[in-house]
Write a protein that binds this ligand. Structure first.
Ligand code: ADP
Ligand code: MG
Length: 611
């Protein structure tokens, strides 16, 4: 017998589980059955594709055994099983990202954390919510050796043992009697695991019909299948209720909240396949992580193939959970085949189209629901506008914007419908803070002309918007590039002072010029047409282009402002005045003042003079 310590994270997790009161302990059963189902999936695949496994007499099943005298509950499967090393690794450390995500979010607030357990499931370890001791007896398929893993949640040991057939048997020594009841167990299984594709059996008391009607009905113990065991996605849509779809979602997603929507498609054309997609109603914790786990499982003719293939859907749909089941693929598809396979490619393409068109329907018919979706996943969806993408047009119909005129989100179509008669372009402004953007001096002339501007404050907007170019034949341009011919102004009068300002501010701005776009503010900062703006530069740096030289903005001055006339007639204080104007423009854009001490001194002096 070898004694092992749990990895620190596991110990923490187990402590949390044992010492806090959880309302939905029952999910341990969903977790253990889902592990058994995975183990059966894995063996099923080998059995069908690998000659070596043909010797097995394989009829996949899960058995539940209750022992009321000894207060134990056993969950047993005849799946792939685990060898000694796997027992130590899989049940002693935390490998899977779901549990890692849970750990990254725990708050040590028992109530909040108990909700999280429901959301993430936390897999195998959740069994310690109901058991103070667990034994896992496992034998790997095609191996002669069995091992027994035993733990009291403090440490664990593994020893050689014996077991007749391959698979895993998990024995829980229950803390109390709550789950020692066939009826309770059956209900939990129906609730969470009704549609795993394998049968679950349990001994149950059943009435036996007797021929003699006068006798009291007799009961006998019968081993009965207690779940439906049909792949839900293969069932007729008409026979399924929302609650069926939702429960199935919870089984496959490690998420215990109902999804926002499901999309169930059976295609029977040239290529036969079934897809069942879900859009969650909460954000998966790893949505923005490079190592996010794909939520889509690939099946071929009902046989599980992989859930580790990120390319089943494009990354801008990585929030989608669900199943793709294809009829016309070989079972032993390798990753390489998957990537080049024509059938796979067209199922993928059709799936993307389907999901986007269903989203468009929601946008048309249920605005509130769509906005809920968009707040959760709009940023991810927008990634689809990056670079070249075959579905760009569909995505453009789905993106929403805040604007300078309206409080609510609007679509590009709605923007176009609200355009002024002589307006030829769509304008946007991008940056970090909604408030700063909305009040940016750059918008003054557009506000003056009553032209609406898209306010784009998502990080990704600064990168994406310059890549859109046009929507429905109307160019999309930054507000700073809006030109109004009738407002040309004479720069001559300012030639001299501008030369001086340029010299004073040469380390801060690329150029200084007079503008007609300002109505109230003294100045604003804009970027040259071909230069990346401040936000874009920040993002490029974050993306690894750290040595990018700083590209300076252009300072534009409002000639109709009182301060502008001061500029013309003020030789002495020009230095201070220039710095004040620059910093006002920066502050208005929500940008950092480079030398706050110097700026404070200049202002203090100025105010002292006034006082
Ligand atoms: P997850 O199922 O998300 O990977 P779990 O904590 O539920 O995380 O399980 C950890 C690992 O233990 C599984 O990935 C699997 O490798 C192994 N395991 C658990 N139960 C079984 C089982 N019944 N048969 C085979 N392997 C199992
Ligand atoms: Mg699991």
């Amino acid at each position: 017998m070898k004694k092992h310590e749990f990895q620190t994270e596991v110990s923490d997790l187990l402590n949390l589980m044992i010492h806090s009161l959880y309302s939905n302990k029952e999910i341990f059963l969903r977790e253990l059955i889902s592990n058994s189902s995975d183990a059966l999936d894995k063996l099923n695949y080998l059995y069908l594709t690998d000659e070596k496994y043909k010797t097995l007499n394989y009829t996949p099943r899960i058995d539940i055994k209750l022992d009321k005298t000894n207060k134990t509950l056993i969950i047993e499967d005849n799946g792939i099983g685990m060898d000694e090393d796997e027992l130590v690794l899989n049940l002693g450390t935390i490998a899977r990202s779901g549990t890692k995500g849970f750990l990254s979010q725990i708050s040590k607030d028992a109530k909040k954390d108990s909700n999280l357990i429901g959301q993430f499931g936390v897999g195998f370890y959740s069994a310690f919510m109901v058991a103070d001791k667990i034994e896992v007896l496992s034998k790997k398929a095609l191996s002669d050796e069995a091992n027994l893993w035993i733990s009291d949640a403090k440490s664990f040991s593994v020893e050689k043992s014996s077991k007749q057939s391959n698979g895993t048997s998990i024995k829980l020594y229950l803390k109390d009697d709550e789950f020692l009841n066939e009826f309770t167990i059956q209900n939990i299984i129906k609730k969470y695991s009704n549609h795993i594709p394998y049968p679950i059996f349990m001994d149950k008391e059943e009435y036996v019909s007797s021929k003699d009607d006068n006798k009291t009905p007799k009961t006998e113990i019968k081993n009965t299948q207690i779940n439906n065991a049909s792949a839900l996605w293969q069932m007729q849509k008409s026979s399924l209720k929302d609650s069926d779809y939702n429960e199935f979602y919870k089984q496959i997603s490690h998420d215990s909240t109902d999804p926002l929507m499901h999309i169930h498609t059976k295609a029977e054309g040239k290529i036969e396949y079934t897809t069942l997609f879900y859009i969650p109603s909460i954000q998966p914790f790893d949505l923005y992580r490079a190592d996010y786990q794909s939520g889509v499982k690939l099946y071929v003719k009902r046989v599980f193939i992989t859930d580790d293939e990120k390319e089943l859907l494009p990354t801008f749909l990585r929030f989608v959970r669900g199943i793709i089941d294809i009829e016309d693929l070989p079972l032993n598809v390798s990753r390489e085949i998957l990537q080049e396979n024509r059938v796979m490619a067209s199922v993928k393409d059709a799936s993307v189209k389907k999901i986007l068109s269903e989203l468009e329907k929601i946008l048309k018919n249920d605005r509130e629901k769509y906005i809920k979706f968009y707040k959760l996943f709009g940023k991810v969806l927008k990634e689809g506008l990056y670079g070249f993408n075959a579905h760009k047009d569909e995505i453009l119909n789905l993106v929403l914007f805040k604007t300078s005129k309206r409080e609510d989100f609007i679509t590009l179509k709605e923007y176009k419908d609200g355009m002024k008669k002589d307006q030829k372009e769509i304008y946007y402004i991008s940056g970090k803070s909604y408030e700063a953007l909305k009040n940016s001096p750059i918008l003054e002339i557009l506000k003056d002309k009553d032209i609406e501007v898209l306010i784009c404050d998502d990080d990704i907007d600064a990168i994406i918007l310059p890549m859109i170019f046009e929507y429905d034949k109307t160019p999309i341009k930054p507000a700073s590039e809006a030109e109004f011919s009738e407002e040309k102004i004479d720069q001559k009068e300012y030639e001299n002072v501008i030369l001086k300002l340029k010299e004073i501010l040469k380390n801060d701005v690329k150029d200084v010029r007079v503008t007609s776009r300002l109505k109230e503010s003294i100045a604003c900062l804009v970027y040259d047409k071909n230069d990346p703006n401040f936000e874009t530069q920040q993002i490029l740096k974050q993306m690894g282009q750290e040595n990018l030289p700083e590209i300076l903005p252009i300072l534009e001055i409002n000639p109709n402002h009182k301060i502008a006339t001061k500029l013309l007639n003020n030789e002495e204080n020009l230095d201070d005045l220039a710095k004040i104007i620059l910093n006002i423009a920066k502050i208005q854009e929500g940008l950092e003042v480079k030398n706050p001490n110097e700026f404070a001194k200049i202002l203090t002096n100025l105010i002292t003079q006034l006082a």
